[in-house]
Each structure stands twice: as structure tokens, then as C-alpha cells.
Design a protein around this ligand. Structure first.
Ligand code: SAM
Length: 236
């Protein structure tokens, strides 16, 4: 429903981006992604000892943040379908934060090889916009959560206000794509604009979440509405 590209092409894009993804992210958000990720973890309401899941974990930044919140007695699983992203996540985990309770698995967000109803909290960073079937992905998150547990999904968003929308378009076209060009990744980053144009707005995401079975769904626009966090709660 969301992407015009088949999943195999999306995987190739993320395999190619993997080596530079974190550096570019830091530059392109001027470090702000760290604040947005901290908010996302907070909204997922992790507690020490929880079992957490980070879907579309990429190189593992959000998963490591979630792991810090459930450590030392909890556990976090990071899952992604890109081998190249997971290889970086594993390497960073072992070399930079081996004490964190993390495990990495290869898997598709649309059919995760995980037991139903076992997770206390779930996060997803810049994943929902990239999956090929958003309703299915939300159903998977609903299936995996324990009753009463929360998920928080961070992603780009198209601002309501025309001024912010123009700024976002200018920023993507004038800053993001040319910077990505220096890394030979023009097409991969131009994909952000087209995926964003197809991505449901906050209220539509909330509607899809209710259709997937969630008891509560709230979309919080952040950064002038250029980003958003969809916070979901499974019924008790
Ligand atoms: C933009 S990156 C975000 C990485 C990380 N969550 C972050 O916030 O930095 C999106 C990730 O989603 C993964 N992805 C996209 N579709 C997927 C799917 N259907 N199943 C699993 N992973 C997927 C990609 O491989 C990529 O690593």
C-alpha cells in the first residue's frame, strides 16, 4: 500500500546506505534525531526488566537506547531485513556497548518470527514509511505486544503548515539529496521525498492503528510537524 518499490529493492537501498547511514543522519538532522529518538523511547514506556523490541532497527541506534532503559535485567531484540545494517548493529554492540542486553535478528516487519503477546514495549524508527504494507505492519506490532503495553513509532511527517512544508521540501531537495550525492547515494536519498509523499498523515496513521486493533493511538507531530511519533497502546 505504501511503497511503489518491491521489498527487495527497498532492502537493496538500505544495504547500500548502511555504511554511511549514521553519519548522514547526524548531519542531516543536525543531531536532533537524538532528541526525537529519546522521546520515542520515553513514549514506549520501557521499565527495567522489560522485554523490548525495535523493529526496522537498522544499525541499532534506537535499539541501544531502548536496551539502556530496560537494562540490566531486561532484554531488547533488534530486527531488520537488511544484512548489511544488522552487521553494523552487531559490530557496534560488541565494540561499543557489549554490556547492553541486546540480540539482533534478521526478519521482515510484516511477518516477524516472534511469539505473540510477549513484548512490554516496541519502538520503530523510520520504518513504517518504508514497509510495503502499513496496516499489516501495525497488526504485527499489535500481535507482538502484551495486553496494555505500548509502542512508539518515529518517522518523517508532512507538516500541516504550508511554511514548514515548503521548508521541508527545500531542505530535502537542497541539502539532503546533494549531501547524499557526495556519498554516491543520490537515488537512495531522493527516495525519502517520494516515500514521504505517500506516507499517511498523523490522523490517517491513527485511523489505521485503530483498524489494526489498538485501544489507543495518538500521533504527536514534532519538529514543526516535519517528524512525528505514533504512540500506540494495546487494550488490556
Ligand atoms: C531509515 S532506516 C532506520 C534505521 C533505524 N531504525 C534508525 O532509526 O536509525 C529503515 C530501516 O528499515 C528496514 N526495513 C525496511 N522495510 C523493512 C521490512 N519490511 N522488514 C524489516 N526491516 C525493514 C531497512 O532495512 C532499514 O534498516
Amino acid at each position: 500500500m505504501n511503497s511503489t518499490l518491491p521489498p527487495s529493492d527497498i532492502r537493496v537501498i538500505f544495504d547500500r546506505i548502511a555504511p554511511v547511514y549514521d553519519d548522514l543522519n547526524q548531519w542531516l538532522s543536525l543531531g536532533q534525531h537524538q532528541i526525537w529518538k529519546a522521546m520515542t523511547v520515553k513514549w514506549a514506556a520501557p521499565q527495567a526488566g522489560d522485554l523490548g523490541l525495535d523493529i526496522c532497527c537498522g544499525s541499532g541506534d534506537l535499539a541501544r537506547r531502548l536496551a539502556r532503559a530496560v537494562a540490566p535485567t531486561g532484554q531488547v531484540i533488534g530486527v531488520d531485513f537488511s544484512e548489511a545494517q544488522l552487521a553494523i548493529a552487531r559490530h557496534r554492540h560488541i565494540s561499543q556497548s557489549p554490556h547492553l542486553p541486546l540480540e539482533w535478528i534478521l526478519g521482515d516487519a510484516l511477518r516477524l518470527p516472534l511469539e505473540s503477546g510477549i513484548f512490554d514495549c516496541i519502538t520503530m524508527g523510520y520504518g513504517l514509511r518504508n514497509v510495503t504494507d502499513i496496516p499489516r505492519s501495525l497488526q504485527e506490532i499489535h500481535r507482538l505486544l502484551k495486553p496494555g503495553a505500548k509502542a512508539a513509532l518515529l518517522d518523517f511527517h508532512q507538516p500541516d503548515q504550508a511554511l514548514w512544508r515548503r521548508f521541508q521540501g527545500w531542505y530535502l531537495d537542497t541539502i539532503v539529496v546533494p549531501l547524499a550525492q557526495n556519498y554516491g547515494l543520490t537515488d537512495e536519498y531522493a527516495y525519502i521525498t517520494s516515500s514521504l509523499a505517500r506516507f499517511p498523515l498523523g490522523p490517517e496513521q491513527v485511523e489505521l492503528a485503530y483498524q489494526a486493533g489498538f485501544a489507543e493511538a495518538i500521533h504527536y507531530p514534532i519538529a514543526g510537524g516535519m517528524m512525528g511519533v505514533l504512540v500506540l497502546e494495546k487494550g488490556k
